[in-house]
Design a protein. Structure first.
Length: 122
C-alpha cells in the first residue's frame, strides 16, 4: 500500500468515524439503513487499516487516531476487536512522545486518556 493511498484510507476512516458521531445532526433524523451501512463501512476500513503502519511519526499517529475513532463508534465490537483496540492504544502511547506539539497530538492524547481507564494502561 503506497504512502499516498495509505493516507487517503486513514483520512477516509477518520471522516467516516466523524460522520458517525454527527449522524442525524443535519436534519435530526437517523435512518437505520444509513446507520448500518456507515457502521459496516467503518468496520471494513478498520480491518483493512489495522495491520498497517504509518511511514512517518505523524502518519502513524493519524492512523492510530483514525483506528481509535473507528473502534469508539463501531457497533460490531467483539473480544477480538477489544484486543485490537488495546493494541492500537499501546501503539499510540509509544508514538505520543515522538510527536511534536500539534492538533493531531492533542486529539490522540485525548482519545488515549479516555480509553486508558478501560484497559488500565498507565
Amino acid at each position: 500500500m503506497g504512502n499516498i493511498l495509505l493516507q487517503d484510507k486513514i483520512d477516509n476512516l477518520h471522516n467516516l468515524a466523524d460522520s458517525f458521531l454527527h449522524i442525524g445532526s443535519k436534519n435530526g433524523y437517523v435512518y437505520a439503513d444509513d446507520l448500518s451501512l456507515l457502521n459496516k463501512e467503518i468496520h471494513n476500513q478498520i480491518n483493512e487499516l489495522y495491520p498497517q503502519r504509518g511511514k512517518t511519526v505523524e502518519q502513524e499517529a493519524a492512523l492510530c487516531l483514525a483506528l481509535l475513532m473507528g473502534y469508539s463508534v463501531s457497533l460490531y465490537a467483539n473480544s477480538e476487536d477489544e484486543l485490537k483496540k488495546q493494541a492500537i492504544l499501546i501503539r499510540s502511547w509509544k508514538i505520543l512522545p515522538k510527536l511534536p506539539p500539534s492538533f493531531l497530538k492533542e486529539q490522540l492524547l485525548i482519545f488515549c486518556n479516555e480509553l486508558k481507564h478501560s484497559f488500565e494502561i498507565n
